[in-house]
Design a protein around this ligand. Structure first.
Ligand code: NAG
Length: 284
């Protein structure tokens, strides 16, 4: 047995990993061990408790009954990756847990100085974000995000609105992942004054729901306007209601676009011909 010196000999893991009952957790772990000069006959990664109860071993018979079938070494041990998955997580799985490496025909070592505990939290509430003010016909993109601890079975997202859904996953630092569902759709009149709602269903069945702020869908009203004939010009207004603005209100609506913006003009849902001076009716 050689003389082991820090930092040749370490295990890197998070001190605390968060999870909740019924979900799963992956404890990120990597270890180092000075390579022996001679051939080893294999590597065995073991996880155990303070009292040396085995919670993971490749030989299932060695695992303590209450952990059987629930633990898996998801890391590649030959790549010095000792990440452990516990699935499903139980309230009693608080730890502390320790990693142990056995190099066949050579040596074995328990990383007793490094322990990991599991903190139980309540299932997080998703956050929904969307641009609140949109123009009818424009593409709206809303996102719903939540952090979780189970990369192999991320939460499932359901939206109250139809549209195209994309899923993104990002690893955070502390054994947590961030899952995001992005929903894109074209805003219509029907979306005006409504909320978008996103439901996440975690592994284990827990559900959490969150609604966005109220959407304000503006309607683009363009008018041909002639203050002094024959000089016609085009004015566009964004209005929240689906009525063209009445003449006396027109002056009160902020003018968003006086220049010809073809994009906006083509997406205009209401066209109106009016003469500023004496227009008969502005209702549609
Ligand atoms: C270890 O393995 C896990 C599970 O496959 C993976 O998510 C993680 O990125 C790996 N870590 C390193 C440092 O390669």
């Amino acid at each position: 047995m050689g003389v082991f010196k820090w930092p040749l000999f370490f295990v890197f893991l998070w001190f605390k990993v968060q999870g909740f009952d019924g979900s799963c957790v992956v404890i990120p772990c990597s270890y180092n061990y000075p390579e022996p000069g001679k051939q080893i006959t294999g590597r065995t990664g073991i996880w155990h408790t303070k009292t040396n109860d085995v919670i993971y071993h490749k030989d299932n018979n060695q695992i303590k009954q209450e952990f059987k079938g629930r633990t898996e070494l998801v890391g590649d041990i030959t790549q010095k990756n000792c990440s452990l998955k516990i699935n499903p997580l139980r309230q009693s799985d608080r730890g502390p847990f320790y990693f142990r490496i056995e190099l066949g025909g050579y040596n074995q070592y328990s990383y007793r100085n490094n322990e990991v505990s599991i903190t139980f939290i309540s299932a997080p509430q998703p956050t929904v974000s969307v641009k609140e003010e949109v123009v009818e016909g424009q593409t709206v993109s809303a996102s719903c995000s939540v952090s979780h601890s189970c990369p192999s079975s991320p939460p499932e997202f359901t939206w109250t609105h139809s549209g195209e859904k994309r899923f993104q996953s990002q690893q955070l630092t502390d054994g947590q992942w961030k899952a995001t569902s992005v929903l894109t759709f074209k805003a219509t009149k029907a979306d005006h004054n409504k909320r978008l709602s996103c439901t996440v269903r975690y592994k284990g069945g827990l559900m959490r729901e969150q609604a966005s702020n109220v959407l304000k869908v503006k309607c683009n009203v363009c008018a041909l306007w002639s203050p002094v004939l024959p000089a016609w010009s085009i004015l566009c207004f964004l209005t929240e209601s689906y009525q063209a603005p009445r003449q006396r209100d027109m002056a009160l609506i902020p003018l968003r676009l006086c220049t010809l913006n073809l994009d906006l003009l083509s997406s205009s849902s209401v066209w109106q011909t009016t003469r500023w001076a004496k227009s008969a009716s502005h209702s549609l």
